[in-house]
Design a protein. Sequence first.
Length: 182
Amino acid sequence: MLQFPILETERLILRQIKQEDSREIYNYFSLEEVTKYYDLVSFTNINQAEELINRWNQRFERNQGIRWGITLKSENRVIGTCGFHSWMKNHHRSEIGYELTPQYWRKGIMTEAILKVVEFGFNNLELNRIEAFVEPENVNSRKVLERIEFREEGILREHFYWRNRFVDTAIYSILKKDFKEK
């Protein structure tokens, strides 16, 4: 991809994340409720947000992944992100990741964003399989995936070492042939 794709849904614009978004990214990544199930520690300074934005944009420039900033159409402020990493082009597979500012939880926003990103992955990136790894206790994230018809394939025992402990993860996936555009 030469140019970063902008995606649009009924309520959202999904766009490239810029350094000007670092304050919003910092604000929600500094909250323990957001990072509790995330593979990074809560931010303590804005430089961490700037570095994360750089990593996401470098992955895009290197054609290794893509991460969209989620914004409401009514405002251009990033309220979360969603995108692909661990992209294995030769296997037509990628992992999806996402997070959202808590004030927008339980409003269908993440479901709406993920649906559009999954559609883009199947239709534009030649993906056949999209995976998600979720801690079993992260019930809300599991519900979002199930609403989109990701299937749980099982539990990977002690799959990650995180915060001084081994962590199980539930693996979810959706295949192109099973995806129904909404």
